[in-house]
Design a protein around this ligand. Structure first.
Ligand code: ZN
Length: 189
């Protein structure tokens, strides 16, 4: 196991298409193990393969609380089953050091995927929970979408990006279809 370098916003790998994992080979198994190490080393809640330079439909999430045992969940080739409702989420991303901004998310988000052993499972993130929002954030990564694409205030977000030495928002990636917002939920970090 080893920690990997996390690619920063501006690296084209984050906008490149991601391919399905056809076989959970020893290479993929090692990638998963290293991604888990990397996520914990960086105190992240989730990490997607393109963030470590591998364009696969694969991500990991651990939303367990600090006083709970760690519980990494591996998602291979995930698909959306259901999405509904809307919330505002305050988010950051390991590929955007020190950048946090408000984004729109669905309140409920259910995906199916395969686990690290290739077994199918389904997981439901409800009520704007950290799980619901982390699922969407990571699912976006494997579709080459980044959290800033959902930014509520584009100009404020641009300012933060520039302050942190990152490229400004490219308007061609801004998402026009946004869920309607009902509530505000803080603390995705
Ligand atoms: Zn991210």
């Amino acid at each position: 196991m080893a920690t990997l370098k996390v690619k920063k916003y501006g690296d084209p790998v984050l906008r490149s298409p991601n391919k399905d994992v056809i076989k959970i080979s020893s290479k993929i198994q090692k990638l998963i193990d290293d991604m888990i190490d990397t996520m914990y080393a960086q105190s992240g809640v989730g990490l997607a393969a393109p963030q470590v330079g591998e364009n696969y439909k694969l991500f990991i999430i651990d939303v367990s609380a600090e006083d709970e045992p760690s519980n990494p969940i591996v998602f291979i080739n995930p698909k959306i089953i259901k999405k509904s409702g809307a919330v505002i989420s305050y988010e950051g991303c390991l590929s955007f050091p020190e950048v946090y901004t408000y984004v729109r998310r669905y309140e409920n988000f259910t995906v199916k995927a395969k686990d690290a052993k290739g077994r199918p499972f389904m997981i439901e993130g409800k009520d704007g929970s950290l799980l619901a929002r982390a699922l969407q954030h990571e699912f976006d990564h494997i579709n080459s979408v980044l959290f800033i694409d959902h930014a509520i205030n584009r100009f404020e977000t641009d300012q933060i990006l520039i302050e942190k030495g990152l490229p400004a928002i490219d308007p061609k990636y801004l998402l026009l279809e946004k869920p309607e917002v009902k509530d505000e939920i803080l603390d995705y970090s």
